[in-house]
Ligand binder design. Structure first.
Ligand SMILES: Nc1ncnc2c1ncn2[C@@H]1O[C@H](COP(=O)(O)OP(=O)(O)OP(=O)(O)O)[C@@H](O)[C@H]1O
Length: 455
């Protein structure tokens, strides 16, 4: 059955009047017919497209290309200069940070205010309030005035309200970039579940890699016109090619050259689980006491992201850089160590630790288990405290946020294993940009090359 149209945009134009001085605007209003003092500026021109119900459309384009203007038109915040827009369903929008919130009111009062504006009765909001507050996860701040919130808290609350009021159409304008990585992962999950429920989502972002992963289709705006609209992967590819060509024109990149030199000695991912001797006191035992001190806050943070039998438990996990310091940002090719402090509650004869590195859209980029890499543990008694280091060379695309999914299993075979502790968002980290090693794809991979000249 053909899907219903949720949004239909027909030949839209939006022209702003640009004045060199604010007083010229007043003068034009009060002296009509006199000399025109403004310059017309078409922020959008000749825009036509439609979005089906349950579709996730990404909108991309350089700064000033008209993305936000288009969303504002669809939400009815500003009128078009020409053309028509029809919207079929209840729209929830997250446009400007904190727009729609009264700074003097508490978070709780603003939730009621917003939901009332969206057409909900008090009893309905009462029913939804706990889900909204729990999603926003801002603790006691919910009863403090919004003016005391950080920008991250404002966006958490705003997203929680907009996404939990059962919209037919959800419009999100880059707002998520203000939240931290945990929150962004939560929002992505929620948006996916909304799509499953038939909600239509329009999503403006500069995080280009997220578009093919989240969206079916994408619309690429350039200087207020549609450059292309179609399958997200193709549109993003076109956009990235244009960006690279722009860089080339400015002398910043050479699209004809390989980005990196080959390193014939480099391994793909150097995964080593570093075994601690059990007969001599490992140096990290001092760290273990500190880890115990952090156990409660770690457990609290990962509470919603973990499951398992609990027969072994990660009490704390940290990311360590090449100097042995806990870090949350790493450089290109830096050795990253994921250090887990684990306590066992039963004897384990097939301990297997697993790390998955995901990007912020949830794509699994790298994965290892100690077992699969041939690293074995001796039988470990109940009540043992151990520190397991899993290290890899950082070959990830910079400036992106990544999360670590950590699992402790007792694994005899794929079919016969006990999940002891599985933590979805055990840690998050970022990768520093390195001008010497720009990485345009998800990972830098060490290729090797050869050639011969045939006469
Ligand atoms: N109220 C306004 N008056 C005049 N010009 C405006 C107004 N609002 C937006 N513009 C202009 O319209 C163009 C499109 O702006 P818009 O904010 O829609 O772009 P955008 O693609 O969302 O940019 P960004 O990625 O930087 O957020 C820009 O050149 C902007 O300066």
């Amino acid at each position: 059955m053909a899907r219903q149209t949720a949004i239909s945009v027909n030949n839209i134009e939006k022209t702003y009047r640009l004045y060199r001085k604010p007083s010229y605007r007043v003068f034009e209003v009060f002296c009509p017919g006199k000399k025109q003092l403004h310059t017309p500026f078409k922020a959008l021109d000749n825009i036509s497209f439609s979005v089906k119900r349950g579709e996730f459309l990404g909108i991309i384009g350089k700064n000033g290309s008209g993305k936000s203007t288009l969303l504002q038109l669809i939400c009815g915040i500003i009128p078009p200069t020409k053309g028509t827009i029809s919207v079929n369903g209840k729209v929830s929008a997250l446009l400007e940070l904190g727009a729609g919130f009264n700074p003097e009111f508490t978070g709780r009062q603003n939730v009621y205010l917003n939901a009332t504006i969206l057409g909900f009765k008090k009893e309905e909001i009462d029913r939804k309030f706990d889900a909204i507050a729990s999603f926003a996860d801002i603790g006691d701040f919910i009863d403090r005035p919004i003016k005391m919130y950080s920008s991250g808290m404002v966006v958490r609350l705003a997203f929680a309200v907009q996404a939990n009021v059962e919209p037919d159409i959800l419009i999100v304008d880059e707002a998520l970039s203000v939240g931290d990585s945990y929150f962004q992962a939560k929002c992505t999950k929620l948006m996916r579940s909304l799509i499953d429920k038939g909600v239509t989502i329009l999503y403006v972002t500069h995080d280009i890699t997220s578009v093919p992963l989240l969206c079916e289709r994408a619309l690429y705006l350039e200087c207020g016109r549609i450059k292309t609209i179609g399958p997200a992967i193709e549109v993003v590819d076109r956009y990235l090619r244009d960006l690279r060509n722009d860089q080339y024109q400015r002398g910043e990149a050479d699209p004809g050259q390989p980005i990196h030199g080959a390193d014939k000695n480099a391994s793909v991912v150097d995964v080593t689980a570093e075994k601690k001797s059990t007969d001599k006191k490992p140096s990290s035992l001092i760290g273990y006491q500190e880890a115990k001190g952090k156990e409660k806050s770690f457990a609290e943070r990962v509470r919603d992201y973990r499951y398992g039998t609990g027969n072994a438990r990660v009490i704390y996990l940290e990311m360590i850089g090449m100097n042995g310091e806990p870090l949350d940002t790493f450089g290109f090719k830096e050795k990253i160590t994921v250090r887990a402090f684990i306590e066992t509650k039963k004897e384990l004869d097939a301990l297997n630790c697993c790390v998955i590195v995901r990007n912020k859209q949830g794509v699994e980029i790298m994965h290892c288990t100690t077992r699969e890499y041939g690293y074995t543990f001796d039988t470990i008694k109940s009540g043992t405290r151990l520190v397991v280091d899993i290290s890899f060379e950082n070959i990830l695309k910079p400036a992106d946020a990544y999360s670590i999914h950590y699992t402790v299993n007792n694994t005899y075979s794929l079919e016969n294993q006990e999940i002891l502790d599985l933590i979805e968002l055990a840690a998050v980290f970022k990768v520093k940009p390195d001008p010497q090693h720009p990485i345009y794809y998800l990972i830098w991979h060490p290729f090797s090359f050869s050639h011969r000249i045939v006469e």
